[in-house]
Design a protein around this ligand. Structure first.
Ligand code: VG1
Ligand code: CO
Length: 542
């Protein structure tokens, strides 16, 4: 039986950088999830009889919301719902399933790198038929709808067994429970030289992959250990837990410090990696060398042709604006275009669909390619492994040679988390107000050549996205960028991105914070971070 339930709008259902993210108790308010799901459906047209993909990163409340999605998909007229077994689908695997099944779209339930549990974070995001995150005009429409919604439709279908694979009749439509790993692993086999990777592991190459008790555990076990023959124990923390074992499933130098320590230690494996809650991020660390995500993007792009899936070269590279310019130098050398987009994977979709870019990346540990329409943690790890196998060199040597060829972009991000929202807004407002007067002035002995608020003109559909981050550029190419996070769930997070380009090989490989010290001081001089926030140091440095 299909019921139409009356409801009243919530005023806070505006999707951020990557979908709607809130604390679990917010999602547990009466009709909260239902309102948002119905607002998504109401913003779409023509899905009657079509397929919807749904899955999540396994965090607390995942299963409950999947049941709601199935019941509402039945009531709203979808013809089929494809669900990852146990409610599990990594973000890139969901993107792949949407594409492979020619689905109308999908709902991905995740708050990514944010912690999980009854009092932590949950999230819902809609991905369109290209497998990519809904573009801004769609998320704007969803938000607008959420403010006027007065009812939603739901079918009484009882609890669907999410753990048994197969196709079942539910409320007159088909619900298909699929192995979350199979199609994804098959896709990886088409892109990378699995024989070469098997030979690499057979030769004694040792690796550590930390799934951080999040969604990539089953993927890493299957691909690295079972298919590629990496030693058992290569994947660590591989059982997805509803609360990620109480940790932040955020693969950075703070939350994956144990991995960093191991990779810098005396008995370090050859290669270390970690992924986040929903499997779209990657952290890569060679023995004795941390590779910044911005550098990793550049190095993957420079070497991608060594993997079968990219042997004919790249069409272009795209990076988010705050990501370092390391990839730009690779694009220049390859004679291909580089695109600079706002933060968030949704801005890469058009470039990938139009065949203008093959590889994309963000400084926040996100890299991916046109194989799906999301960033993809394990993909990046496998591409690194393929490059290591073909070049037969250590990651450390590859990094040193890359810097010697292209120069080094020293890069760091300083996050000030849970700042009071009005204080963070005051900082940004003041900064915006003085942008025009900055060029020509000097801070910490460095001359500012330009300062602006980044706006993006999408070259494919002509849409314009304004206020995407404040950037201050110094003579010589150094820069600092300021923006507020769009994924947090309490207060505001100020992100400060700091970058210096160093062409001279004799000055490569220094301590990053030391190499950026004057720019870090300059950032505070320019934005008054301490005075506005009352903080004397960042909460997280990556
Ligand atoms: C952050 C990152 C951004 C990334 C986004 C989603 O956004 O900076 O690069 O695309 O998270 O990643 P923000 O607005 O907080 O800076 V994930 O792994 O949460 O899907
Ligand atoms: Co993520």
């Amino acid at each position: 039986m299909i019921r139409t339930v009356s409801t009243t709008p919530y005023d806070d259902q505006k999707p951020g950088t990557s979908g709607l993210r809130k604390k679990v108790p917010v999602f547990q308010q009466p009709n909260y999830a239902e309102n948002f799901i119905q607002s998504v459906f109401d913003s779409l047209e023509g899905f009657a009889g079509k397929t919807l993909v749904v899955g999540g990163d396994g965090r607390f409340y995942n299963r409950e919301v999947i049941q709601k999605v199935i019941a509402m998909a039945v009531a709203n007229g979808f013809g089929r719902v494809v669900v990852g077994q146990g409610g599990i689908l990594s973000t890139p695997a969901a993107s792949n399933l949407i594409r492979k099944r020619k689905a109308f779209g999908g709902l991905i339930l995740s708050a990514s790198h944010n912690p999980g549990g009854p009092h932590e974070d949950f999230g819902i995001k809609y991905n369109a038929e290209n497998g990519g995150p809904a573009p801004e005009k769609m998320t704007d429409a969803i938000y607008a709808r959420s403010k006027t919604i007065s009812s939603y439709k739901i079918a009484d279908v009882g609890q669907v067994d999410l753990d048994r694979t197969g196709t079942f009749e539910v409320g007159g439509i088909k619900v298909e429970i699929v192995d979350p790993v199979a199609d994804y692993a098959a896709l990886m086999e088409t892109l990378f030289d699995f024989d070469a990777l098997r030979a690499l592991f057979k030769s004694g190459f040792r690796m550590r992959f930390d799934a951080m008790h999040a969604v990539t555990g089953p993927y890493a076990k299957e691909i690295l250990e079972r298919r590629l023959g990496a030693a058992e124990g290569t994947a660590r923390n591989f059982v997805p837990l509803e609360d990620f074992g109480g940790h932040h499933p955020d693969p950075n130098l703070v939350h994956a410090k144990h991995l960093y320590d191991e990779m810098m230690g005396p008995n370090a494996p050859d290669f270390g990696a970690a992924s986040d809650g929903d499997g779209d991020r990657n952290l890569v660390i060679g023995r004795g060398i941390f590779i910044t995500p911005s550098d990793s993007l550049a190095m993957l792009a420079a070497n991608a042709h060594l993997a079968p899936g990219y042997k004919s070269g790249l069409k272009g590279i795209a990076r988010s604006m705050p990501t370092s310019g390391a990839a730009d130098r690779v694009a220049e050398k390859l004679g291909i275009s580089i695109y600079e987009t706002p933060t968030g994977w949704k801005f890469f979709g058009n470039l990938l669909d139009a065949g203008m870019a093959t590889i994309c990346g963000e400084e926040s540990a996100g890299t991916g390619s046109d194989h799906v329409r999301e960033k993809d943690g394990l993909w990046a790890v496998l591409l690194w492994l393929n490059i290591l196998a073909v070049r037969g060199e250590s990651a450390k040597d590859i990094v040193a040679k890359h810097w010697a060829t292209y120069g080094q972009n020293y890069y760091s991000r300083h996050d000030y988390e849970e700042v009071e929202t009005d204080k963070a807004n005051a900082l940004v407002d003041e900064l915006r107000g003085k942008l025009a007067s900055l060029p020509g002035t000097s801070v910490q002995g460095m001359k500012i050549v330009s300062a602006d608020d980044f706006a993006y003109n999408d070259p494919v559909d002509g849409s314009v996205s304004k206020n995407q981050g404040i950037r201050v550029l110094f003579e010589g190419g150094s820069r600092v960028v300021f923006r507020l996070s769009g994924t947090g769930t309490s207060g505001a997070t100020l992100r400060v991105y700091i970058e210096r380009y160093e062409p001279d090989p004799s000055r490569h490989g220094q301590d990053t914070q030391a190499a950026l010290a004057d720019l870090i001081l300059a950032a505070d001089d320019i934005a008054g971070i301490r005075s506005h926030t009352g903080r004397d140091r960042p909460s997280v440095i990556t």
